[in-house]
Design a protein around this ligand. Structure first.
Ligand SMILES: Cc1cc2nc3c(=O)[nH]c(=O)nc-3n(C[C@H](O)[C@H](O)[C@H](O)COP(=O)(O)OP(=O)(O)OC[C@H]3O[C@@H](n4cnc5c(N)ncnc54)[C@H](O)[C@@H]3O)c2cc1C
Length: 344
């Protein structure tokens, strides 16, 4: 019987596993992919993410950074072609390397890390949760508490709540070429003709990355090609070659930013709980929610009374500031673009 089982070794899962292990609990961290695994992401670590990571895991190594190492901020252009520049230094990292570093920090602290192991379902019993795992064979493990950190497509949440899916799909291409946009900024475009959410440009090492967020997967290439034509006409984008393409997903966060923190002994964190900030910044809230969940579980153990209402209420209290931060961020974005204030 584990004290805690953490499902998914992204930022939310790694911080939960690391904190619980540091506090002396017996932790199993399962990850369905082989680490380092690819995660479609722009890899911009804002100050808030850097602070949480450096407090909990130590100094971020230079080896996970890409060029330009520092992203100077974000420039958002709305549907009326008005641009808003938000300057704040962030780190530009490769997600596969960041998440590998986080996962091995948790492992080296003492968490048991099982890669290539998918959680299939959770069943809550009287004093524990029984989890079906798949690593080629199906077997069961037990833990007193489960933290589902399995990302936007969380299978655990789908099985527990049976809600209809509500995602934004992302499509981005890594290209070689040139463009007259400042490589030191992340550029987001909110024109309705260019995406069903946002369209973006950023640079990682030698790659120019062009992405679009859409609701209907069948439209992704159409919007992407419109976006490239727009960048060609406005900023003289010249693509010499396409090196790779990536499809990803994130929660379609609605005004009011509803989150789902879980049920009984099963907590959700990160994108599995619906945490995401505007223009797809989610690493900071994944870390903050993982941190809050771990603190709630520690309080539960200290209390020595497995009251799941107490667990959920403590997690809810711990995460309140993060929820308010997310709501404020969305409010700011809705003053820039009607697309976000009217989002359906
Ligand atoms: C195109 C794009 C660009 C983005 N750019 C940024 C950015 O620049 N900065 C930023 O802060 N955020 C960005 N985000 C958002 C950010 O990537 C997410 O918010 C963040 O990764 C969420 O972390 P998480 O730990 O909740 O989930 P994830 O990082 O998605 O991790 C979930 C983990 O769970 C594993 N898993 C899934 N199912 C199972 C299962 N059944 N069993 C075991 N393991 C499982 C997955 O393999 C994965 O490793 C971007 C997102 C997208 C799609």
């Amino acid at each position: 019987m584990y004290d805690v089982m953490v499902i998914g070794a992204g930022p939310a899962g790694c911080i939960t596993a690391k904190k619980m292990t540091d506090a002396g609990y017996n932790v199993l961290l399962v990850e369905k992919m082989k680490i380092p695994r690819e995660k479609s992401c722009s890899g911009i670590l804002i100050k808030k993410s850097i602070n949480i990571i450096e407090n909990e895991f130590g100094k971020i190594p230079d080896s996970i950074l890409c060029k330009p190492n520092i992203s100077r901020g974000i420039i958002i252009t709305n549907e009326k072609n008005q641009s808003f520049k938000f300057e704040s230094d962030s780190l530009n990292v490769w997600r596969s390397l960041l998440d590998k570093w986080l996962a091995f920090k948790a492992k080296n602290a003492g968490a048991e890390l099982r890669q290539l192991t998918s959680a299939i379902s959770c069943e809550e019993k009287h004093d524990h949760v029984s989890v079906k795992l798949h690593d080629g064979e199906i077997y069961e493990e037990k833990a007193r508490i489960i933290v589902a950190c399995d990302g936007a497509g969380s299978i655990i949440k789908k099985k527990l709540f049976k809600n209809p899916n509500n995602y934004i799909f992302t499509y981005q291409t890594f290209c070689k070429g040139t463009i007259n946009l400042d490589h030191n900024f992340f550029h987001a475009f909110l024109h309705r003709s260019l995406s069903q959410y946002d369209a973006w440009f950023n640079v990682k090492d030698d790659f120019l990355i062009f992405g679009v967020g859409i609701k209907e997967p069948s439209t992704m290439k159409m919007y992407h090609s419109k976006f490239l034509s727009f960048l060609n006409s406005q900023f003289n984008a010249q693509i010499e070659s396409y090196v790779k393409e990536e499809i990803g997903m994130m929660p379609n966060v609605m005004p009011g930013c509803p989150v789902n923190l879980g049920m009984g002994r099963i907590l959700f964190t990160g994108e599995a709980a619906n945490f995401l900030n505007p223009i797809g910044e989610g690493i900071s809230s994944a870390l903050a929610s993982g941190y809050a969940a771990a603190e709630a579980i520690k309080s539960l153990y200290k209390n020595n009374n497995f009251n799941t209402k107490f667990l959920m209420n403590t997690y809810k209290d711990n995460i309140l500031a993060e929820k308010q931060y997310m709501t404020r961020q969305w409010a700011i974005l809705s003053t820039i673009s009607s697309k976000f204030s009217n989002m359906k």
